[in-house]
Write a protein that binds this ligand. Structure first.
Ligand code: ADP
Ligand code: MG
Ligand code: MG
Length: 273
């Protein structure tokens, strides 16, 4: 008999490299939660992999923010780590965007960015890097309202002070310094780059740097100048923010606090309430 017996499994919510995510319902109070099961059996001989897997729960435990997935509990069961969190009902931001004919308006994108930036200012203030920010790892709180979001999946997260290698996240969201070999460590500037990619997609439904092969995509990210679609109408403030988030040189790129203080987020503050 174990804690999991208190829940009935309903559907699978997702699956990834390390494990699966299910929706569960508590048998007594009917509360719905999400459970991520990460297999450790194959890694029992690799202490550092186990450490990385445990970190996901550990970071969620540290973080308490309205726009970040809330942990309930985590435990080991049958050689798997079970991470029990709140259930977020609105689905992935990427799936929402796919279903829409048009990209977001500037005001909608601002509402989303406002929440993401607020959350990431908080994460970086705790000296934690997410390292895997992308549309699949941002969930809507409400399927009908794209403007209220939560960040999930701290499976690749690390501490700023650690010399964690590369991004190992998704190529299309990876910054040039991690692809060109200029920097072996990921930094808080890598998260800002990924957020810049997200902002660009919200407004265009396109990746700013994308080739037909991984090698070509890498080349675009590292060498191609940032371009906006000709028919895209955005304010000069927004253009300035994107340019500073997608600055190829991480030393010149904005940090998350500079993003948070940018005039574009400030000027739309009134309209999104
Ligand atoms: P992975 O590390 O394998 O990408 P994630 O933690 O990102 O695992 O979860 C995979 C998918 O499962 C997510 O993209 C999302 O669609 C779904 N999911 C994860 N956690 C939740 C949750 N708390 N509520 C609802 N859906 C979730
Ligand atoms: Mg994920
Ligand atoms: Mg992950």
């Amino acid at each position: 008999f174990c804690l999991l017996d208190m829940y009935t499994k309903s559907c699978k919510l997702g699956s990834g490299g390390f494990g699966n995510v299910y929706k569960l319902k508590h048998k007594l109070n009917k509360e719905i939660v999400a459970a991520k099961f990460v297999r450790v059996s194959e890694y029992l001989h690799k202490a550092d992999t186990i450490q990385q897997i445990l970190k996901e729960a550990q970071y969620l435990m540290t973080l308490d923010h309205e726009n970040i997935l809330k942990l309930q509990t985590a435990f080991l069961i049958n050689q798997e780590i079970a991470i029990i969190t709140e259930y977020i009902p609105g689905g992935e931001l990427g799936k929402y965007l796919e279903k829409q004919d048009e990209p977001m308006t500037e005001i909608q994108a601002c509402a989303v960015m406002h929440e993401l930036v607020k959350a990431m200012v908080y994460v970086h203030s705790k000296k934690i890097l997410h390292r895997d920010l992308k549309l699949e790892n941002i969930l809507l709180q409400d399927p009908k309202n794209p403007c209220s979001v939560k960040i999930i999946d701290f499976g690749l997260a690390s501490l700023c002070s650690n010399n964690e290698y590369g991004m190992s996240g998704t190529l299309l969201y990876s910054p040039p310094e991690l692809l060109s070999g200029k920097s072996k460590k990921s930094s808080n500037k890598a998260d800002v780059w990924s957020l810049g990619i997200i902002l660009y997609i919200l407004l265009t439904k396109k990746f700013p740097f994308e080739g037909t092969t991984d090698a070509k995509t890498k080349h675009c990210i590292c060498n191609q100048k940032l371009k906006f679609p000709k028919d895209l109408k955005i304010s000069s403030e927004l253009e300035d923010l994107i340019i500073n988030m997608l600055e190829k040189d991480p030393r010149k790129r904005f940090n998350i606090n500079q993003v948070g203080l940018h005039s574009w987020l400030e000027m739309n503050k009134e309209k999104i309430k």
